[in-house]
Design a protein around this ligand. Structure first.
Ligand SMILES: Cc1cc2nc3c(=O)[nH]c(=O)nc-3n(C[C@H](O)[C@H](O)[C@H](O)COP(=O)(O)OP(=O)(O)OC[C@H]3O[C@@H](n4cnc5c(N)ncnc54)[C@H](O)[C@@H]3O)c2cc1C
Length: 402
């Protein structure tokens, strides 16, 4: 029985940890956080990823947990709606997908689905990966060194495994010139009406509020900047950056800034993509954001992570654990899909974060044009990139239904 170490217990790592034991592999997941990380906004489950969720047997739970979001609307400083994209436009594959689930809720469902045959090492991280006869020896910050047959880096945009096995982040992470922050807020006094509301201001700034179930909502701040110097582990410093940049903005921005201080799940990061010529190196392979982050702008990060986990596990099973063959087939199957999914929406960062009043008006106008009747069919076709892979069946390799 091959023993596979997965670094990162989020969407990609947990989805892979669900599949591998079914094919007879033994799995250890090492996650830096003390438990699966909560937080994040709604993530979209698009196209083929829904099929993967069906095959995992978790679709009913996902549907039950998904949020009732009717669409996305751009509002002005007084809250007046200027342009809107209803969720049912573009066959449920538009900016707001048919199935939107809070990232933390999806993580919980995947964690429940990846229990049997999986060992978890929380609060730990890999410090080195060294080749050994027929395997690798991995050292950890806390646990004792151990031998594994393969290592999967599913540890996100700033992947530790990628740094150890492939080299420094600068070679692979392409900053798109913007930053984003998410956090949970109390919804008291706000009327969202099940719509994801966004307010743009000159200077490439965007504030948003996304509905969720119950008395809370998810706030978002995004802004353009290329040369920001900040510490990735200093949340107080990141909050200060947001206060400085957004303090003069209208709409609900002052409220968002005031409740941001107490938010339990504040998250701040660059908007970047990961681009690599190859996702494997010897016995190490990358999965999800670690290998092919599309950025929140692509809206396909969760889909790519879940589809990638399905394909990687299936190809390892089909190759009887022979990693050279499996990694080559994983890459061959995933590469065209990833290339499609990484394409940014029209206008790229400038479309998402327009810099001037005129550009904001143009963005609103283009949303109106895109959602107008004559263009809807065309846009729906363009939105089908999340379907641009055909899933192979790997059922014949299943050892155990667990
Ligand atoms: C807290 C959080 C909030 C997010 N919010 C959003 C959002 O609102 N919208 C959106 O589009 N995307 C969000 N994302 C990103 C989104 O989850 C991914 O783009 C996508 O689902 C692909 O998932 P992934 O598992 O590849 O990467 P990620 O979800 O980024 O998961 C990477 C995992 O690796 C762990 N990790 C990192 N370093 C190490 C290490 N050294 N050792 C062990 N484990 C490590 C992290 O703690 C994390 O659990 C968020 C990610 C996180 C972690």
């Amino acid at each position: 029985m091959k023993h596979i170490l997965i670094s990162g217990g989020s969407i990609a790592g947990l989805a892979l940890a669900h599949w591998l034991p079914r094919y007879g592999f033994s799995v250890t997941v090492v996650e830096r956080a003390p438990a699966p990380r909560p937080g994040g906004q709604a993530v979209d489950l698009r196209g083929v990823a829904r099929e993967v969720a069906e095959r995992m047997g978790i679709m009913a739970r996902i549907r039950a947990a998904s949020i009732d979001e009717r669409g996305l609307a751009y509002v002005d400083a007084s809250g007046r709606r200027r342009a809107a994209m209803p969720a049912d436009l573009f066959g449920g594959e538009g900016a707001v997908a048919e199935i939107e689930i809070l990232r933390g809720d999806l993580t919980d469902i995947l964690y429940d689905a990846a229990q049997q045959g999986v060992e978890y090492l929380f609060d730990d991280s890999i410090t080195s990966i060294a080749d050994a006869d027929d395997g690798v020896v991995v050292s950890f910050e806390r646990a004792a060194p151990r031998r594994f047959d393969l290592v999967v880096g599913a540890d996100g945009l700033h992947s530790n495994v990628r740094r150890l096995a492939f080299g420094s982040e600068q070679r692979f992470v392409h900053h798109l010139g913007a930053y984003t922050a998410y956090f949970t807020i109390p919804v008291d006094g706000l009327t969202l009406g099940h719509w994801f509301l966004l307010h743009s201001a000159p200077g490439g700034r965007l504030a948003g509020i996304r509905p969720e179930k119950g008395r809370s909502a998810k706030a978002m701040f995004s802004f353009t900047a290329t040369d920001l110097v900040y510490d990735r582990h200093d949340a107080a410093g990141q909050r200060r950056i947001l206060r400085e940049r957004f303090s003069d903005m209208g709409w609900h921005t002052p409220y968002l800034l005031s409740v941001m201080e107490q938010a339990p799940d504040f998250f701040f990061d660059t908007i970047s993509q990961v681009r690599m010529d190859s996702w494997s190196c010897g016995r190490v392979v990358l999965l999800g954001d670690a290998g092919y982050c599309g950025s929140p702008l692509s809206g396909n990060g969760t889909a790519m992570a879940m589809v990638g986990a399905y394909v990687l596990a299936g190809e390892l099973a089909a190759a009887g654990g022979e990693h050279g063959t499996a990694f080559a087939r994983y890459e061959e199957a995933m590469r065209p899909y990833v290339t499609e999914c990484q394409k940014l929406p029209p206008g790229g960062v400038g479309g998402f974060l327009p810099g001037s009043r005129m550009a904001i008006r143009m963005r609103n106008l283009s949303v109106k044009v895109m959602t107008s009747r004559p263009l809807r069919g065309l846009m729906a076709k363009a939105a089908q990139k999340a379907d641009s892979i055909t899933l192979k069946p790997y059922d014949e390799h299943v050892h155990s239904t667990l």
